[in-house]
Design a binder for this molecule. Structure first.
Ligand SMILES: [Zn+2]
Length: 188
């Protein structure tokens, strides 16, 4: 029997708790809604807002369980090119081994060991980590269907002007600057 739980993460309480103790053996799915608060609370300033759904699926039938994470949605980040905010798509799947009845609490990227006294698991730190690590190094607006950049058009224009000016100046300098009579002065 498959049970489905949907939980809303409240602002100021970003914990995504799954209480393992009361669950009978069987298959489970938990749905959590993740908002920007999770990232702000951890002082991760790169993500301004978030609209994510995290589905955690597992089978409870032994002290060692495999938790499957499916995280989908968007996070709002700043574009490295134009400086405007945009929504970066997130779609990732991860697996986490959850051991219960361990002698001591332990956790790393792939496994968490809970002691017999720990009846709950908070999956929020894992969601946080998976999402942060999945962000591309360079975050730039995508293109529309015609292949045009979705960056702020005004900023792009200004950037283009600056690039032209810079390349003119570089050419000016490499031609000997003031001493060369053949060099045109850059247009300002
Ligand atoms: Zn942009």
């Amino acid at each position: 029997m498959h049970r489905f739980f949907a939980k809303k993460v409240r602002v100021k309480d970003t914990a995504c708790i799954i209480s393992l103790a009361p669950l009978k053996n069987g298959d489970y799915s938990f749905l959590f809604t993740i908002e920007g608060e999770l990232f702000r609370e951890n002082n991760f300033d790169d993500i301004h807002e978030a609209d994510l759904k995290a589905i955690v699926t597992f089978t409870k039938n032994s002290p060692i369980m495999m938790f499957h994470f499916n995280i989908e949605g968007t996070v709002t980040v700043t574009c490295d090119r134009c400086g405007d905010d945009f929504k970066q798509n997130i779609h990732l799947e991860r697996q986490l081994i959850v051991k219960t009845d361990s002698k001591e609490h332990n956790e790393d990227d792939e496994m968490v060991s809970l002691t017999s006294g720990e009846k709950d698991i908070d999956i929020a730190p894992f969601v946080y980590q998976y999402v942060v690590l999945s962000l591309p190094m360079q975050r730039i607006h995508g293109n529309d269907r015609e292949g045009n950049s979705l960056c702020n058009a005004e900023i792009l224009k200004k950037l283009k002007k600056l690039e032209v000016k810079k390349s003119n100046e570089e050419q000016y300098m490499s031609n000997g600057g003031m001493h060369s009579s053949h060099t045109e002065k850059p247009n300002n």
